[in-house]
Design a protein around this ligand. Structure first.
Ligand code: ATP
Ligand code: MG
Ligand code: MG
Length: 143
């Protein structure tokens, strides 16, 4: 089983419900949720004028490969009504794979660890709540 951290964000409609629904969909696909951060409200970073986000991070265990997991998270984004794929644009739900075990990989559609996570307080804050040692390590490995 791989241990994976997923970042969740929503800034359209009932944000908390979208996040709950996304977690429900993951569970329905046999994924175990082993930790869940609290949700924090954050200002949008870049992109068009848009509402504030609700962000959180979950830890899961899965037998899916990174690519299979991306496929699943993208299908959940679609199912929960994510339509506009503008980068940094408003969305009902965004599910980003932050870390997948110790895996480092880049292919045409997936980069792990998520390349921008270290610059994002809206990721680091909830991640440090459920995995403080991982956040510490992130800033000690490639100094
Ligand atoms: P950001 O990735 O900067 O948070 P975003 O989440 O708004 O931006 P999306 O529109 O959700 O970006 O995704 C754009 C593309 O990013 C997706 O089509 C996906 O293939 C790719 N991608 C690359 N690495 C990852 C990752 N670790 N997790 C999720 N998507 C990824
Ligand atoms: Mg994102
Ligand atoms: Mg995304």
């Amino acid at each position: 089983m791989a241990k994976v951290y997923i970042g969740l964000g929503s800034n359209i409609g009932n944000r908390q419900q979208h996040i709950k629904n996304a977690i429900h969909e993951l569970k329905a696909k046999g994924i175990s949720i082993i930790a869940q951060s609290s949700l924090i409200e954050t200002d949008p970073q870049g992109g068009p004028l848009q509402g504030k986000y609700l962000n959180g991070v979950i830890a899961i265990e899965t037998n899916l490969s990174p690519d299979e997991l991306l496929h699943l998270t993208q299908s959940i984004e679609q199912k929960l009504g994510r339509r506009h794929r503008e980068r940094n644009g408003p969305r009902t739900i965004d599910l980003d794979i932050l870390l997948y075990d110790q895996v480092t990989l880049t292919n045409s559609h997936l980069t792990v660890p998520h390349p921008r996570m270290k610059e994002r307080d809206f990721v680091l804050k909830p991640l440090s709540e459920i995995a403080p040692e991982i956040v510490k390590d992130l800033f000690h490995e490639n100094h």
